[in-house]
Design a protein around this ligand. Sequence first.
Ligand SMILES: [Fe+2]
Length: 288
Amino acid sequence: MINEEYNMISAATYLFWSRIMKEHAIFIESSLPPPQSRLAVQAKQYHNQFSQLFRRVILLSNGVLTEEILASEQFLTDFTETAERDFEKFFGVPANIPLTVSEQHIKPFRADIAGDRQLRARFSEIGGQLLRETEAFVLFQQDMLNRRVSCKLFFGLYPSALNHLMKEAKRFIVEIKAIESADAAQSDSFIAFWNQGMSEHAKSLRGELDWTEEKEIHAANDYAEAFDMLASAAPDRVKSLEYNTRFAKYAENVTQNFIGCKLLGIMSGLYCDHLLREVNHFNWALKH
Ligand SMILES: [Fe+2]
């Protein structure tokens, strides 16, 4: 892989996933009841570690990515900063808003920067650190999940939601390794992964909307069924894009209405925005 391609794939992959991992740690941290303060401290450590790595990824990404991908709303949306402010206010967990502000100001592609050999070495180094951190994070989540399904532990996430977060961490690990083994040629494995993921996003929304919000609940249920079917069939880019484009609009409406207090479910605005970015990420991957 030439330096420019390596740097671009690294920046796009690490920018997307390191924020996602940071937020997973925040969601776990804020889901733990008072008797689990030790686990909450561990989750906070992952939150802090991923924030530090994310900060460095933001700095390294200046001049590497095209304006088109920076505007694809997979890294940030128009709602992210507001959702983070709300999260801090309601949960008392700092969401690192200065990072979001610096992410909003990432400079677009410049040929002399994007192809830099030393930048490649830095991306490679941070990829190794993200790999180790994410592998440890998977073990942490697996341990929590094992204890949850044997009813030795309780937290305010569906067990399947924690499993979903863990599957995403494992996907990130696969993508880091693919960059390092120069296996970046996009295989179709992401299609089944994200169709399954979108079904789970729809199911989590279905279960976290207020039960009076029937229109949104029915729509979420329809998306869950559609994505389950897509995930169990052979990868189909055209159909996946068709459904995911509609799901992106739905997720955007839910996020906007939740943040605007027009929906009253028990999810957070940051969770809605997080999910919207993942939907946008899948759309981008299907188109490129
Ligand atoms: Fe997800």
